[in-house]
Design a protein around this ligand. Structure first.
Ligand code: IPD
Ligand code: CA
Ligand code: CA
Length: 260
C-alpha cells in the first residue's frame, strides 16, 4: 500500500504544480460538448504527467481519465483521474479547482487524494484509516438541525432527464431559507463536506473521476454517501448525496421532491 500511496501523492502534487504554474496565465482553452464545457491545455498537460507517474511504477494497472478516456488492462487496480476538477473556474482564474485521483482495488475504493494547489489544501484518505487535510485528521460536521445546515450543489453542463429537475430541488431548499453554495468543483464540494465546512452536498450526473477520491474522503471522515434513494453509492452511480450523516434522511426527502 505504501508504494501506491507514494505514487498517488506524487501524481497529485506534480499535477498541482502544473496547475499553479499556469493559473491566471495564458493557456489554450478548447470547448468540448457544449460551449461552456471547457478543456484547457493545462488539463491535458497535468493529465499526461499523472499518467506518466502511474505508468512508470504500475504499467499493468487500468487507468480511466477524463480527457484520454479508458486504458483498460487486465488488472485489479483502476485509477480514476480528473486532472482538473473545476476547469471552468480554472479558466476564469477562480481558485476553486483541484486534481482528483481515486484508486479502486477489486472495485473497492482504497485510496483517494484531492489537491487544490491554489489554496494549498491536500485532502487524502486511505480505506479504514481516516481522512486528512494537509496531514491533519478531519471529520464531518455535527449539525443535526437541517434548517440551519449549510449546503452545496452543482449543476451539469447538459440538463439531465432526472426524476426531480435539479433547479426544482435547488429552489425548494433556497425557499426554505437555507444557504446553498455552488462552487463548481464536485471533488472540492465533497472534501468540504468531509472537513465540516458544508453539512451536505448533492448533484446529479457526475462522472466516476469527479467523485472517486471525494467519496472515500467523505466516508473516512465519518460522512454518509448514497444515491437519491438512500441506497449504497458507487462511483459509477449518477446520483450523489453526501452528508454528515445526521441530516441525511432530510436531504433524501428534499432530493426526492418530498416535503421537508
Ligand atoms: C465538473 C465539476 C462541476 C460539476 C460538473 C463537473 P470538470 O467537472 O465537478 O462542479 O458540476 O458536473 O463535470 O468538467 O470541471 O472536470
Ligand atoms: Ca470533473
Ligand atoms: Ca476535469
Amino acid at each position: 500500500m505504501e508504494d501506491l500511496k507514494e505514487v498517488l501523492l506524487s501524481a497529485v502534487t506534480e499535477a498541482g504544480k502544473i496547475m499553479l504554474h499556469y493559473f491566471n496565465g495564458v493557456f489554450q482553452i478548447d470547448h468540448k460538448e457544449g460551449i461552456n464545457n471547457l478543456v484547457t491545455e493545462v488539463d491535458k498537460h497535468a493529465e499526461s504527467k499523472i499518467i506518466d507517474i502511474i505508468r512508470a511504477r504500475f504499467p499493468s494497472h487500468t487507468i480511466i481519465s477524463e480527457e484520454v478516456g479508458e486504458m483498460i488492462k487486465p488488472s485489479d487496480y483502476q485509477w480514476l483521474i480528473d486532472p482538473i476538477d473545476g476547469t471552468v473556474n480554472f479558466a476564469h482564474g477562480i481558485p476553486i479547482c483541484c486534481v482528483s485521483i481515486g484508486l479502486l482495488y477489486n472495485n473497492d475504493l482504497i485510496l483517494g487524494a484531492v489537491y487544490n494547489p491554489m489554496m494549498n489544501e491536500l485532502f487524502f484518505a486511505e480505506k479504514g484509516k481516516g481522512a486528512t487535510l494537509n496531514g491533519n485528521p478531519i471529520s464531518v460536521s455535527r449539525k443535526a438541525d437541517f434548517k440551519t445546515a449549510c449546503l452545496v450543489t452543482g449543476f451539469p453542463y447538459k440538463w439531465p432527464d432526472s426524476r426531480e429537475h435539479p433547479i426544482k430541488v435547488f429552489e425548494r431548499i433556497v425557499l426554505e431559507g437555507l444557504p446553498v453554495r455552488r462552487l463548481g468543483s464536485a471533488a472540492i464540494d465533497l472534501c468540504w463536506v468531509a472537513c465540516g465546512r458544508f453539512d451536505g452536498f448533492w448533484e446529479y450526473n457526475l462522472s466516476a473521476w469527479d467523485v472517486a477520491a471525494g467519496y472515500l474522503i467523505v466516508q473516512e471522515a465519518g460522512g454518509t454517501i448514497t444515491d437519491f434513494d438512500g441506497a449504497p453509492y458507487n462511483v459509477f452511480e449518477k446520483e450523489t448525496l453526501a452528508t454528515n450523516g445526521l441530516i441525511h434522511e432530510q436531504m433524501l426527502k428534499v432530493v426526492q421532491g418530498k416535503k421537508i
